[in-house]
Ligand binder design. Structure first.
Ligand SMILES: NC(=O)c1ccc[n+]([C@@H]2O[C@H](COP(=O)([O-])OP(=O)(O)OC[C@H]3O[C@@H](n4cnc5c(N)ncnc54)[C@H](OP(=O)(O)O)[C@@H]3O)[C@@H](O)[C@H]2O)c1
Length: 248
């Protein structure tokens, strides 16, 4: 039986990757700080050797935009090397090399660390998940008007489709950097905010706001988009409708 360690297995993506791999018959270990079975803080690495012992593949989904991803990856790679793990799958973001955001720079460094580690690697970049857009827009909708970044488009993808792809990659051989996975449509942020308001029956004026800084300029110029890889099929509206059905 294939044994697979999924880091970040309590998160939006990791949970679904673990589910799919279990359905495929893999012996799945789920790791995160709050995991009931492999409770490890990757930023100190304690407990990692036991988690990677005898593992065929690691799917590295754990991440924190607040920082520490490269430190965490360092411990994970060292543990994988010690245990002779043959395959490490990493989920990254389209545009980590184009949009000057601190979080993206850390993810780019992690890509390089994995590529240079000598461990068999597969790196999948995707665009933003629908879940992230929903969380940004629903947070902004708590205000009397709904501010959105002016002139920014997004190409959100369904995290379930990303999980399908990662599970398939995890069950295959190391493939290096694979083609990007983008959502089906590039949409103005304001249009996605409008879709959210329609789906939830809320009334707010959507107000585009111009922001300062190089990261905003990077997003405005579409560094995070991958229209040539619009292979996801679930639109933001379909994602919202599904959520609504599940909640109701
Ligand atoms: N969200 C997006 O739009 C998007 C788009 C493209 C790529 N990605 C990438 O996909 C991955 C998963 O994203 P997500 O949205 O599913 O994230 P998420 O829901 O925030 O989940 C993050 C996971 O990482 C774990 N974690 C965080 N810090 C940790 C630490 N120090 N040690 C051990 N575990 C830790 C968390 O669990 P605990 O809190 O229990 O530790 C959680 O299980 C990330 O690498 C992200 O960069 C995300």
């Amino acid at each position: 039986m294939t044994t697979i360690l999924v880091t970040g297995a309590t998160g939006t993506l990791g949970r679904q990757v673990a589910e799919r791999l279990r359905t495929e018959g893999a012996d799945v270990r789920g790791l995160s700080r709050r995991s009931p079975s492999y409770a490890v803080d990757l930023r100190d690495g304690r407990g990692l050797d036991a988690a990677v012992d005898g593992v065929d593949t690691i799917v590295h989904c754990a991440s924190s935009p607040r920082g520490g991803d490269d430190r965490a990856a360092g411990f994970l790679i060292e543990a994988a090397q010690r245990a002779g793990v043959p395959h490490l799958v990493y989920i990254s973001i389209v545009g980590v090399d184009r949009v000057p955001l601190r979080y993206y720079a850390a993810k780019r460094r992690v890509e390089r660390m994995i590529e240079d580690s000598g461990v068999g690697a597969t790196i999948q970049r995707t665009t933003q998940f629908h879940d992230l857009v929903l969380s940004v827009v629903s947070g902004a909708a708590k205000l009397p008007v709904l501010p959105v970044p002016a002139g920014v488009s997004v190409q959100p993808v369904d995290s379930g489709e990303v999980a399908d792809r990662l599970a398939a990659l995890a069950l295959g051989a190391p493939a290096g950097r694979v083609p990007d996975l983008g959502g089906p449509e590039v949409r103005e942020f304001s249009a996605l905010a409008g879709a959210y308001l329609r789906a939830t029956g809320r009334k707010r004026r959507v107000v585009p706001v111009r922001l300062a800084g190089k990261a905003y300029a990077g997003f405005r110029s579409g560094g995070h988009l991958s229209p040539e890889h619009a292979v996801g099929t679930v639109t933001f509206e379909e994602f919202l409708a599904r959520r609504h059905r599940r909640a109701g």
